[in-house]
Design a protein around this ligand. Structure first.
Ligand code: NDP
Ligand code: MG
Length: 377
């Protein structure tokens, strides 16, 4: 069997390390050809020693730089477009992943996309780059992986509705007043998933689910009216697809990103992996579902409205959220200020079409500036 070269961008993060665990079990099919990180050179060096990739890149090469490593922002595109790479796992957090996604699909690669922010800010541009370059996007996000698996090649015309599941985050149950005084530690306590800090906060505000609705719109070509969200605290059902004849399919599994990563590598094939947990419906019961408390978590509706508005609005939603989450994680603003920042940036900066990289990046920068000025940072 010939092995396929894989680049893991963001290999030192939560998804990146999960991906390397999966790749280590499937060395007969996949070869790690390139690894990149932002600044965690120590872990990156350990990973490079274990997987012996031909290319290693680090955005900030620190005070005692590693010889032979690619450096600076350009290392991401260099890793993503190498001839010996056929699949790029984009596990970078935030809008920093955009150019790597665009370059990889333009060069005809498969992008196994965890970096949902990329698609939210520039969905039309990424789709156009896929058409022009012959590349493809396969989602790593568990909900979208579930939908892809349920669709099994059927077209959007066969679908009545998608229902994305949401765990509800750490504040699903408590009183709404608790949100006003939520600390960083409270907000990072995700009930079912262990993830990076930014997506953990996004899950607590439900901004993550808004990003995922927009992601689903672009990935599967469905209107926003056809995409709903339901709270499912156990995170066992990863999403539902309701077909036009009323049939509903769901994909299930223990909350782990290993399967979505493996499936993004092998789609539409399935490969045997004995390390994946066996299905035990009795042990996993009960499975429960609830309506979203939309009034208490306004980031969801704000994000969906930005998606419907189109143009640069999703890029503004994403950038304002990213900037505000950074400020919250630096203890400079309060939890609910994240929502205020998104609302204010959308009211001020979300004008114009998002039909070029320049337009999207300029909206992204304007939204970040707006949020910094709003809190006098
Ligand atoms: P982490 O924060 O754990 O990891 C982020 C990775 O990206 C690290 O390798 C980091 O390097 C690198 N990175 C950070 N900033 C930059 C930058 N400016 N340029 C280049 N590389 C950078 O995040 P997660 O793994 O949790 O999330 C990654 C993406 O996957 C996000 O888009 C998230 O929404 C998505 N996702 C994550 C899930 C999860 O379970 N974690 C589930 C579904 C989607 P360094 O370590 O050196 O800082
Ligand atoms: Mg998800």
């Amino acid at each position: 069997m010939t092995t396929r070269g894989v680049a893991v961008l963001g290999s030192t993060g939560s998804i990146g390390t999960t991906a390397l665990r999966v790749l280590a079990r499937h060395r007969d099919r996949f070869r790690v050809a390139a690894l990149t990180a932002y600044s965690n050179a120590e872990l990156l060096a350990q990973q490079a020693a274990e997987f012996a990739p031909c290319y290693v890149g680090v955005v900030q090469n620190g005070t005692s730089p590693h010889e032979g490593w690619g450096e600076g922002v350009s290392c991401l595109v260099s890793a993503a477009t190498r001839d010996d790479v056929s699949i790029v796992i984009n596990a970078i957090v935030g809008s920093a992943g955009l150019d790597a996604t665009l370059a990889a699909v333009s060069a005809g690669k498969r992008v196994a996309l965890a970096n949902k922010e990329t698609l939210v800010m520039a969905g039309d541009l990424v789709a156009e780059a896929c058409r022009a370059g012959g590349g493809e996007l396969v989602p790593v996000d568990s909900e979208h992986s579930a939908i892809l698996q349920c669709l099994a090649g059927r077209s959007a015309n066969d679908v009545r509705r998608l229902v994305l599941t949401a765990s509800g985050g750490p504040f699903r149950e408590g009183p709404a007043e608790r949100l006003a005084s939520a600390t960083i530690e409270d907000a990072l306590q995700h009930p079912t998933w262990r993830m990076g800090r930014k997506i953990s906060i996004d899950s607590a505000t439900l901004a993550n689910k808004a990003l995922e609705v927009i992601e689903a719109h672009f990935l599967f070509g469905l209107a926003y009216d056809q995409i709903d969200v339901v709270v499912h605290p156990q995170s066992i059902v990863h999403s539902f697809v309701e077909f036009v004849d009323g049939s509903v399919l769901a994909q299930m599994g223990k909350p782990s990103m290993e399967l979505p990563v493996l499936y993004a590598l092998t789609h539409p094939e399935r490969v045997s992996d004995a390390a994946m947990p066996a299905f035990d419906p009795v042990a996993w019961a009960p499975l429960t579902f609830e309506r979203v408390r939309s009034d208490d978590f306004p980031a969801l509706a704000l994000g969906i409205a930005a998606g419907r508005r189109g143009g640069v609005a999703p890029a503004v939603f994403n950038a304002a959220n990213e900037q505000a989450v950074n400020l919250f994680l630096e203890n400079r603003i309060r939890f609910m200020d994240v929502v205020r920042a998104i609302e204010s940036a959308l009211a001020t900066c979300a004008h114009g079409p998002g039909d070029s990289r320049a337009a999207v990046l300029s909206a992204d920068a304007a939204a970040r500036r707006h949020v910094l000025e709003m809190f006098a940072c």
